[in-house]
Design a binder for this molecule. Structure first.
Ligand code: PRT
Ligand code: ZN
Length: 292
């Protein structure tokens, strides 16, 4: 594959699959607009010196390792399985899943040691073999590239080790969940060659700053509400997450408006407490970016 060397940062993402939409959504929030890419392999991002390369996810670690792409977005499961020499830069918070043992419903396996002597079908032979080795289990690993879940029914394997997110596929195939052997999410990786290129390193740092501000914004919400003046001190003391709020006077002398950035994880806890203190007109808004 030849890619034009125009000095732009080359970022590889999955062409068509579970990580494509979320990768493009993140890039978009970072100001990297990718429009109408259709069947194209490489697409420029107007206004930012980067080109997006659309590849099969399995190929991304190697392309990044070899410097064909400078950066890549990839599931950690694929990254670890491929054993590519790349630099892991950032967890991206999407594509979450678990690599998990699963057994036919009739099979009774409670402990990892009970996998001794079993045939395990998987698309992740390296990760599975390492798990077996670490746990001193003697089992046969059978590599299958797709539809691993039908292997027991076909008699090819006794159990499987596959990626699970909702668990629906296991249920449909009458398989039950076993040990989780690896937890994964999408990560941003970089070529080990990248740091030698000062110009590209600068672009990368700019891109990373943008990613981090999008991530910070995602974990926060902008809260606006009205509160009786008399309740302000007590309320702010009660809710430590209400960090340095802005307090705005209102036409009604007895009331003030409060604006604050709060962590998404505690929204309902905070809102309930505020209501008990007499808050009204509560509005919660998403934050697109939080620039430090
Ligand atoms: O064509 P290409 O090779 O690029 O894509 P692919 O088919 O190999 O990968 P794809 O798009 O299926 O997944 C890309 C990445 O998404 C994976 O490497 C994981 O990091 C992540 N991911 C997150 C998942 C899932 N969730 C997921 N549920 N990858 C696969 N699955 C499959 C799983 O293999 C099983 O068949 O979905 C099924 C189980 O899903 P549930 O929801 O029924 O449990
Ligand atoms: Zn793949």
């Amino acid at each position: 594959m030849t890619i034009q060397n125009n000095g732009n940062l080359k970022i590889a993402i999955q062409k068509k699959g579970r990580l494509t939409e979320k990768s493009l959504e993140l890039f978009n929030l970072c100001g990297l607009r990718v429009e109408n890419y259709g069947d194209r392999l490489v697409v420029a991002t107007p206004g930012f010196p980067a080109d997006i390369l659309f590849l099969r996810d399995d190929d991304i670690p190697e392309y990044v390792q070899d410097g064909v792409a400078d950066l890549g977005v990839i599931g950690e499961n694929v990254l670890v399985e491929k054993e590519a020499q790349v630099v892991e830069l950032e967890n991206l918070g999407f594509g979450g899943c678990q690599l998990m043992m699963a057994y036919p419903e009739y099979m009774d396996i409670q402990l990892p040691q009970e996998l001794n002597g079993k045939r395990i079908a998987t698309s992740y032979p390296r990760i599975v073999k390492k798990y077996l080795q670490d746990n001193n289990i003697q089992a046969k690993v059978i590599e299958i590239s797709g539809s691993v879940e039908i292997a027991p029914a076909l008699g090819i394997a006794d159990v499987i080790c596959d990626i699970v997110s909702t668990g629906n596929t296991l249920m449909v195939n009458k398989l039950k969940k076993g040990q989780v052997i690896f937890k994964s999410q999408a990560v941003l990786i970089a070529s080990p060659e990248l740091e030698k290129d000062l110009r590209k390193t600068e672009i990368l740092n700019d891109f990373l700053r943008r990613i981090r501000s999008v991530q910070a914004a995602r974990s926060s919400k902008y809260l606006m509400l009205n509160l009786p003046k008399t309740a302000v001190d007590r309320t702010i003391g009660l809710i430590p997450a209400l960090r340095s709020p802005t307090i705005v006077p209102l036409a009604d002398d007895e009331m003030v408006a409060i604006h604050a950035v709060i962590p998404s994880d505690y929204i309902w806890e905070i809102v309930d407490k505020l209501k008990r203190e007499g808050a009204s007109g509560i509005l919660l808004l998403p934050i697109e970016n939080m620039i430090p």
